[in-house]
Write a protein that binds this ligand. Structure first.
Ligand code: GRF
Length: 190
């Protein structure tokens, strides 16, 4: 089977990216071949250096200008893009070039608690404020509308009485680490 190449896009702590890199280390046909970040302080840069994975530090101006970073992705023979806490909107040219080949993970049960401003702790605060009894994770394809692409997978967790945004964030993060790599693998086997 031909090797398939993934690019991970991440802006923050990079805990999901770390799990994904670990999962695909020495995989038979999937390789993490590029890391893209827009945050010069992102932990993922350190991780990329330690793991010997090429990384590209971008910025808003470059990311949204044409030609887009599609040529960089093509240079690295990228087949599939995994967003793991990447905070820039994906430009239309990139979505078209990688139609149904870009996935994202969201820390709530979409279509609820998605869209503009719904990232990080804000999501969990909104879930608790709404009095939800359940939250969870959603893994979905990326289209031109933020958090609205087709859903691939969801997993739930309970929101307990007295739950805080921080404790919920922890629970949800555990679900993310448990499932994201396996779902990526399933999507790439299709
Ligand atoms: C995760 O909660 C993910 O759902 C969201 O961004 C967060 C990234 O966390 N899209 P980390 O940087 O992987 O720790």
């Amino acid at each position: 089977m031909n090797l398939k190449h993934i690019a991970i896009f991440a802006s923050g702590q990079g805990s999901n990216a770390a799990k994904i890199i670990e999962h695909f280390n020495h995989h038979a046909f999937i390789k993490i071949s590029l890391i893209v970040t827009n945050n010069p302080k992102a932990k993922i840069i350190e991780l990329a250096q330690q793991s010997g994975i090429p990384f590209h530090l971008t910025n808003k101006e470059e990311f949204f200008s044409e030609p887009s970073i599609v040529s960089l992705l093509q240079y690295h023979q990228i087949n599939f893009i995994v967003l793991a806490g990447f905070l820039l909107k994906i430009p239309a040219s990139l979505i078209q070039a990688y139609s149904n080949q870009i996935i994202n993970i969201h820390p709530a049960l979409l279509p609820k608690f998605g869209g503009k401003g719904m990232y990080g702790i804000h999501v969990h605060e909104a879930v608790i404020k709404a009095g939800e009894k359940e939250s969870g994770i959603t893994i979905h394809y990326v289209n031109e509308e933020v958090d609205k692409g087709n859903i691939i997978f969801q997993e739930k967790c309970n929101v307990e009485v007295g739950e805080t945004a921080e404790s919920l964030s922890q629970k949800v993060r555990e679900l993310e680490h448990m499932h994201y790599s396996n779902i990526i693998e399933q999507c790439m086997a299709q």
